[in-house]
Design a protein around this ligand. Structure first.
Ligand SMILES: *Cc1c(COP(=O)(O)O)cnc(C)c1O
Length: 406
């Protein structure tokens, strides 16, 4: 059989070694150093944001963001329910409690209506959250203007989890720069990678200085090691930052290629009844980190998880969409706000219908054709058919009887 086609794998540019060699030649192997400084400057230029602190993971960046916003024991933090668990884990690290907010259909991201309902309700109980974490899934930006307007009305800061949307734009601004603080991830499966890493970005340089302080063990300004508060070891190493510098140089190329991959899928599968791709909101461009689609269960016999298994059998990795956090055993008994009182929550509907297709920038066109062919085969064989028996031939009549087999 041919090689296995994976969802999204690291794609080096070839320049990474140059920056790593520099680090070795100057013996800047220790954490921090010139690659870290340059990488931070280059991200700040790319994103158009004043300050950047690179970290050893995106999760660490979220943890720092919440810490500098003063999240602590007994506080609540609102967060998108439709996301990877890393968006919410740092809330637990700080002893705070998450409250989950549903998605809306246009972007699959946080519903402004649900956010407003939630904030209005908790304000009446004098329990406003310390922050709202808005996630931009699979590269698609959330409705940031609407979400910001609501959050500002209640005076609650937004942290933008742009781990999956680096290189995407929202009204000509780079994704990740629309909240009080934003975070990126350079994990191995993301659009660019340092093998593991993240960044915290903000125009508020005081907050970033404080994040840097917390990320380097919270050392007091004293001639010896003195500490008055809990700190973390969260900074990125100078070797790893070298990989990041080379990767950032090709980020826009990677975005273009991911969009091309998406367009190929859409062209080949987009007209099939019951198959719908993640929308792209007007005035935004998605980096199309992963091509994701939904399969209408009224039209197909197979559940997306069955698609996943059967694609796996022919050597193709696909993946279910994120299981909403309010359905996770980890978050039993956690509060959840939906924007559709009488309907199934949008996030649950997406989880039940959705599938991610291989979307790596180093996937060959031949490999993508294989994915498309196998998807078409499966869709065809699992379609709930409406058979038209032509009675003309047999019965000499004009009657046509529609018979639904499934
Ligand atoms: C990957 C990811 C993170 C975490 O980033 P790491 O660098 O893996 O710690 C956070 N949020 C979302 C939505 C992600 O996809």
């Amino acid at each position: 059989m041919n090689n296995r086609i994976l969802l999204s794998t690291p794609h080096m540019s070839g320049n990474e070694r140059k920056y790593i060699d520099e680090a070795f030649e100057t013996n800047w192997i220790a954490p921090l150093g010139p690659n870290v400084d340059s990488f931070e400057k280059e991200i700040s230029i790319y994103s158009g944001v004043k300050g950047v602190t690179v970290t050893n993971s995106g999760t660490a960046a979220i943890h720092l963001a919440l810490a500098v916003l003063g999240v602590g024991k007994g506080d609540t933090v609102f967060v998108s329910t439709f996301t990877f668990v890393a968006s919410a884990n740092p809330i637990l690290y700080l002893g705070a409690e998450p409250v989950f907010i549903d998605s809306e259909a246009d972007t699959w991201n946080m519903s402004p209506d649900a956010l407003e309902i939630a904030l209005t309700e908790v304000k009446a109980m004098n329990q406003l959250p310390k922050a709202v974490i808005v996630v931009n899934l699979y590269g698609q930006s959330a409705k940031m203007d609407e979400l910001n307007a609501i959050a500002q009305k209640f005076n609650v800061p937004i942290v933008e989890d742009a781990a999956e949307s680096l290189g995407s734009t929202y009204k000509n601004k780079k994704s990740g720069t629309l909240g009080k603080l934003g975070i990126y991830s350079f994990n191995g499966n993301k659009i660019i990678t340092t093998s593991g890493g993240g960044a915290l970005v903000s125009d508020d340089e005081d907050l970033l200085a404080r994040a840097r302080f917390l990320a380097t063990q919270a050392k007091d300004p004293a001639p010896y090691y003195q500490h008055s508060q809990v700190g973390y070891n969260y900074r990125m190493s100078n070797v790893v930052a070298g990989i990041g510098r080379a990767q950032l140089e090709v980020l826009d190329e990677r975005v273009n290629r991911r969009r091309e991959v998406f367009n190929n899928y859409q062209l080949e599968l987009g007209n099939i009844s019951g198959v719908n791709f993640m929308p792209e909101m007007v005035e935004t461009t998605s980096n199309r980190w992963l091509t994701t689609l939904t399969i209408d269960p009224t039209k197909y016999n197979l559940h997306p998880l069955e698609f996943m298994t059967m694609m796996d059998e022919v050597g193709i990795e696909t993946r279910a969409l994120w299981k909403p956090l309010h359905l996770q055993p980890l978050f039993n008994n956690t509060k959840f706000y939906t924007d559709s009182e009488n309907k199934k929550p949008v996030s649950e509907m997406l989880f039940e219908r959705g599938l991610c297709l291989p979307s790596g920038t180093n996937m060959t066109e031949f490999d993508q054709l294989r994915v498309i062919t196998e998807m078409k085969k499966l869709l065809n064989s699992s379609r709930k058919r409406v058979h038209v028996f032509n009675w003309n031939k047999k019965m000499g009549s004009n009657a046509k009887i529609q018979h639904k087999i499934n």
